[in-house]
Design a protein around this ligand. Structure first.
Ligand code: IVH
Length: 670
């Protein structure tokens, strides 16, 4: 392509990626699949790599860039970043408003009520709509320049879109970690033997203070914008609500629960309502912020030394409580990790009785200085498992790390470089066997229905199931003998077990439960190795070269198949008749380097399957048709993409032709 065309293409790609980032990270409403997004992103990366002078700092490829800084420079805030007055009752709120009305000598009737996000305050500076600086609050006057880290947060636009963007604007808000992603991050950190985050707020603060932006990039940070910090004169909203609306129209993320209300009674209702839904929110809050909506009023009210008069934080009772640690038990996970669980004197936290709390790993006991009998603070937020926060009064009895597995009695081991203690017995340990069977049968693995926890426990405890292989020998008669399992359910389970034999190689690998190998890695391995013997024989060095497989994962996979018991089970499963479609076995990749587009409805297979088949053949599957598209597959009711393909003279296959092609990819030379 000539430079002009390239520049055009880059522009289009950047706009498309920005649009889809906004749909995904800000609106939480994606329009395209991750795979389709990757195709756009990869193309941009590729063009930019061969045309470095066309790279711009606001390109979506430049979120994680630059060198680790080593330290953070100081930034003086154009306007101080203030803190908030706190209150805990309706009468406090009434006094606050009365004071303000007395000062202004007029009635204040409009307020904006917002959840008070429990995260880290950050100011974002945009010059001519381009993100140029991100800073922490610091002491309110001087903060730290964390621009490189802030750039990695996908819900923060690198470039504002739309109209009315002033030459300078500083938008402030709270960076936080969503609760579900916090739980997922910690589970993975523990699995990798890394230290988990203490709580979402701490995690957000720690993530923003990483000297290497790549580390921040791997943290699930998000942001809600909630106030105007500073702006050039041409931005002159009348109300706080107008300012937030403008930010939203420019692509910034605003909390959907922000509401403008009239009168203090409505503020109180809002506060009650948010308290009611608090535990169902996907982020932690510690209260509600009530703000005077009119910006002239805000200006006239002004600030005290560290807080504005025009806003107040109504704080909820903390989701923390104090209780005593009565004991520690160790639970055995699927991969043998012994995880300590704190047993507590039952206590009410956020309306729920709590009698257990997680301790993540054995080092937590030392870090927190826990002893049996200690008075401790526990914390429970959203649906995440209660956690021990700190000790307030020391107990008497030391806690000894287990020397053996509490379930099978095998001596516990600590692997090199790992925090976790493990039971090394694998499937010989009933606890690990139960977890492995549950995983094997789970929806994203072999998808066997009806194998509930209780039945798995009975099958293992009775000695009938010693590994996943044994599931395939179960008969309706013997299953029906288990507690409260009728003939019909038993027959359904056996039927489901038999049906699970026909699967995909990716699901099969996932089902094996290799430490650290989730669905995505399993699919990568399946695509690369195609057959079980090839995977079993793979060298560690070969594994390391794969996308998303680092040295630790490569070693896990290699070690897994180095273990004879694992090999026997894996190969035995195939002997039992577990199989995946023959087209999975592709020895060469005839579509390497091609980009295919699927459009319309395929009657014979789900779109995901068609896509997977093409990916296995080496093709990229894109969401839009361009001159670079190699082939378009048009199902029924294909519309604009088909029209575009015809216009650009891109080859088109109908469904029948596509099926013939899949049957024998060598028939078509594209
Ligand atoms: S307004 C001058 N709105 O609470 C007032 N703050 O305790 C600026 N916070 O430092 C803050 N959610 O980090 C505002 N919706 C919200 C907020 C919020 C959380 C934090 C913010 C601030 C702290 C004050």
């Amino acid at each position: 392509m000539v430079t002009k065309e390239l520049a055009e293409r880059i522009k289009t790609l950047r706009e498309q990626i920005e649009y889809h980032d906004h749909r995904y990270y800000v609106l939480d409403d994606p329009e395209i699949t991750d795979g389709e997004y990757d195709v756009l992103f990869d193309e941009l990366v590729e063009i930019e790599a061969s045309n470095p002078d066309l790279v711009r700092p606001d390109s979506p490829t430049q979120r994680v860039g630059g060198q680790a800084s080593g330290k953070f420079e100081s930034v003086e805030h154009a306007r101080p970043m203030l803190s908030l007055e706190k209150c805990t009752s309706t009468s406090d709120l009434q006094n606050w408003t009365k004071r303000n009305q007395d000062l202004l000598d007029i009635a204040i009737d409009e307020y904006v009520c917002e959840p008070k996000i429990d995260g880290v305050a950050v100011g974002l500076v945009y010059r001519d709509g381009v993100f140029v600086q991100g800073a922490t609050r610091g002491d309110g006057t001087v903060g730290e320049d964390i621009t490189a880290n802030v750039r990695t947060i996908r819900s923060i636009p690198l470039k504002l879109k739309g109209t009315g963007i002033p030459s300078l604007v500083e938008i402030r808000g709270e960076v936080y970690i969503p609760l579900d992603e916090f739980a997922e991050y910690n589970a993975k950190a523990i699995e990798r033997g890394e230290k988990p985050m203490v709580n979402p707020r701490n995690g957000a603060a720690g993530s923003l203070r990483q000297i290497d932006p790549r580390v921040t990039d791997a943290r699930p940070l998000s942001m809600f914008c909630y106030s105007l910090g500073n702006a050039s004169d041409e931005f002159d909203p009348r109300t706080h609500e107008d300012a937030l609306d403008a930010f939203q129209s420019w692509g910034c993320r605003i909390n959907p629960r922000v509401t403008t209300v009239k009168g203090l009674d409505s503020c109180s209702k809002y506060i009650q309502e948010i308290l009611r839904v608090r535990s169902s929110l996907s982020y932690e809050i510690d209260g509600v912020v009530v703000k005077v909506n009119d910006l002239v009023m805000q200006r006239n009210l002004g600030n005290l030394s560290r807080r504005p008069r025009w806003a107040i934080a109504y704080k909820y009772p903390p989701e923390e409580a104090t209780t005593s640690l009565t004991g520690i038990e160790f639970q055995v996970g699927r991969t043998g990790v012994l995880t300590p669980v704190a047993r507590l004197d039952p206590v009410q936290v956020g309306g729920v009785t709590v009698s257990n709390a997680t301790l993540h790993n054995i080092d937590e006991i030392e870090r927190l200085g826990l002893k049996i009998g200690s008075r401790i603070v526990i914390r429970r937020a959203g649906d995440i498992i209660p956690q021990v926060v700190r000790v307030v009064e020391q107990g008497e009895t030391d806690i000894q790390p287990p020397t053996e597995c509490p379930v099978c009695g095998t001596a516990a081991v600590r692997l090199e470089d790992e925090v976790a203690l493990r039971c090394p017995s694998g499937l010989q340990c009933p606890a690990q066997l139960k977890e492995s069977i549950r995983h094997f049968a789970s929806r994203t693995a072999l998808d066997i229905t009806g194998l509930g926890d209780k039945l798995v426990a009975q099958l293992v405890d009775s000695g009938r199931v010693k590994n996943p292989l044994d599931l395939f020998g179960l008969t309706v008669e013997e299953l029906a003998e288990f507690d409260r399992l009728g003939e019909k359910s038993a027959a359904n389970i056996v039927q489901s077990i038999q049906a699970s034999k026909s699967t995909t190689f990716g699901k099969f690998i996932h089902a094996l439960g290799i430490r650290g190998v989730g669905e995505t890695t399993a699919l990568t391995l399946a695509t690369r190795f195609q057959t079980l013997p090839a995977l079993v024989e793979a060298e560690q060095e070969t594994l390391e070269l794969l996308e998303d497989v680092g040295p630790i994962l490569a070693s896990n996979i290699f070690t897994f198949f180095g273990n004879e018991d694992n090999r026997i089970v894996a190969l035995g499963l195939v002997e039992q008749g577990i199989e995946w479609p023959i087209e999975d076995v592709v020895h060469d990749r005839p579509c390497e380097g091609q980009t295919w587009v699927l459009t319309g409805t395929l009657g014979s297979m789900p779109r995901q399957d068609a896509k997977a088949a093409l990916v296995r053949l080496g093709a990229k599957v894109a969401g839009s048709v361009s001159k670079k598209t190699s082939v378009v597959v048009a199902g029924s009711e294909a519309g604009s993409k088909l029209a575009k393909a015809i216009e650009l003279e891109v080859p088109v296959l109908d469904e029948e032709e596509f099926l013939m092609f899949l049957e024998d990819p060598s028939t078509r030379s594209c």
